[in-house]
Ligand binder design. Structure first.
Ligand SMILES: [Zn+2]
Length: 269
C-alpha cells in the first residue's frame, strides 16, 4: 500500500497563532515541532495499517526558505520519505505513479469560516472565495481534487472542528476525521493536548486505511469551472491575458477546461 500524507500546519494541536506558523518567529520553532510529531503519528498509523511506501508533502507556506519546509528533518519517522516543493500543487509524481490513499493532517477551514482556527484559502493569494463547479472549497478541496485527478481517495482529515466538518461535507460521511481543537474565533481555540492528539491521529490513520473504498476519489466534475473571488482587484488584473481565464467582474475570474487539473493549471501557476 502506498500512502500520501499531505499536511498543513494551522490544524495542528497547540497551534492557534500566526507567530507559530511563520518562519523566523521565535514561536515557530515550537510550532514546527508540534507539526512534525503529528506527521509522525500519521506515519505510525499508516505503518500499522500495512503501508509499504509513505510520502509526506508539507503544504504550509511559512515564508522564505521555510515555505513547504517546516518539518524538522531529523525528527521525522525514518519510515517515510518526504517532499519539499517550490509551488503549491507542484509535486504530483507520487500520485501519477499510483497512490492508494491520501491522509490530510493539520488542515484548516476555508477563508470566511467563523469558527475556523486561522481560516484562509492559500496564504498570499488573496482568495476570498473559491468554487469548483459551484462547490465552495478551501485547501482540503484543492488537495482532494489534486488527489482525485490520479484516482487517489482522501481517507482522513485531521484539524479543528471546522476543517473536519468541511471535509465531511465535501467527501462524505465515511471520511475518517480527527478533531484536535474547537475554534473560538480565528486565533483562539479549546484544544486537547498534543500527546493525546497524536494518539488519536495514529489510531485514526490506521482505522482510515482499513477500508480503502470508504471514500471515492473526488472529481469536481467535467467540464470543470474554477471560480475565484479575490479580496481585491490586483490579482484579476494580472490574469487578464491568460488563455482560458475570463474576468467576470471586478474581483472574480473563471477558469474553464475539460478537467479540473487543466483548469487549475491554466490559472494557478
Ligand atoms: Zn498552512
Amino acid at each position: 500500500m502506498r500512502v500520501h500524507v499531505i499536511s498543513d500546519m494551522e490544524g495542528v494541536a497547540g497551534i492557534v497563532k500566526w507567530e507559530q506558523t511563520t518562519g523566523g518567529e521565535p514561536l515557530y520553532e515550537e510550532g514546527r515541532k508540534l507539526y512534525t510529531e503529528e506527521i509522525n503519528a500519521a506515519i505510525r498509523g499508516a505503518k500499522a495499517a500495512g503501508a509499504a511506501e509513505i510520502v509526506v508533502m508539507d503544504c504550509h507556506g511559512a515564508g522564505q526558505g521555510w515555505t513547504f519546509n517546516s518539518l524538522i528533518h531529523e525528527n521525522l519517522d525514518p519510515a517515510c520519505e518526504y517532499v519539499i516543493q517550490n509551488e503549491w500543487t507542484e509535486y504530483t509524481e507520487f500520485l501519477e505513479q499510483g497512490c492508494d490513499a491520501a491522509l490530510f493532517v493539520g488542515m484548516h477551514a476555508r477563508a470566511g469560516t467563523r469558527d475556523g482556527v486561522m481560516n484562509h484559502t492559500i496564504s498570499g493569494r488573496d482568495f476570498q472565495n473559491l468554487w469548483f463547479n459551484d462547490t465552495p472549497v478551501g485547501e482540503t478541496g484543492i488537495n482532494a481534487a489534486l488527489c482525485g485527478t490520479w484516482g487517489c481517495p482522501v481517507l482522513l482529515v485531521t484539524g479543528d472542528e471546522a476543517s473536519c466538518r468541511e471535509g465531511l461535507a465535501l467527501l462524505g460521511a465515511r471520511l475518517t476525521t480527527v478533531v484536535v481543537k474547537r475554534g473560538l474565533g480565528s486565533s483562539a481555540a479549546r484544544m486537547i493536548p498534543p500527546q493525546r492528539a497524536r494518539e488519536l491521529i495514529e489510531e485514526g490513520a490506521k482505522r482510515a486505511l482499513s477500508d480503502l473504498s470508504a471514500v471515492r476519489p473526488w472529481d469536481p466534475g467535467r467540464p470543470a469551472e474554477i471560480r475565484v473571488e479575490y479580496k481585491n482587484t490586483s490579482a484579476p488584473d494580472a490574469l487578464r491575458h491568460r488563455p482560458g481565464v475570463e474576468r467576470v467582474d471586478d474581483r472574480t475570474v473563471v477558469s474553464r477546461a475539460e478537467t479540473w487539473w487543466e483548469a487549475w493549471k491554466q490559472f494557478y501557476f
